[in-house]
Design a protein around this ligand. Sequence first.
Ligand code: SF4
Ligand code: SF4
Length: 191
Amino acid sequence: MAGLDVLMERGVALDFIKEISTIPGGEEIVQCIQCGTCSGCCPASFMMDYTPRHLVAMIRAGLREEVLSSQAIWLCTSCYTCTYRCPMGIKITDIMYALKRIALRSGKYPRGLKVEKLSKEFVNMINRYGRNHEAELVFRFAMKNPFKSIKDIPLGWSLFSHGKLPLMPEKIKDVNKIKTMIQKAEEVGGL
Ligand code: SF4
Ligand code: SF4
């Protein structure tokens, strides 16, 4: 990869870039021209500690710890605008997903975000019903820290009273097929 040779000449540690390059489309990250289009069009960048452009630059600089412990990757809403607009065809959204998986596996995610618990509850939910059941997910997650969750009761009630939190889960027909897919994804380190 020509881009990697240039980075190596500049003395950049390449392990992290190579790790990201193993995801489909991830190898294009070395082609980033730092134009900032991704940050400019990202609807969540105003909340992020590092913008998408900044994160790409940090990956290229080999700053693994800083990237994996950033809040930005968890604030990405997967809207795919950056991926659609990037002039170099860099699949930033997929890279964000990959970063989440690596952060969970290596335990480097920001401690305050409780993302590991939420992620596990979500996967359990999909295993049970084949789809998300928001009311149960919110309840189970809230029970991890009941006192902290008291403040969210008015929001939960508002969602429930507007019919946005149905109490009964809907189960898909072939839930076992979903379970098999999740199992396979876990086997190859995808979850
Ligand atoms: S839009 Fe693409 S090329 Fe431009 S900074 Fe973002 S990732 Fe790099
Ligand atoms: S996919 Fe994520 S990073 Fe890209 S524009 Fe949307 S929110 Fe921002």
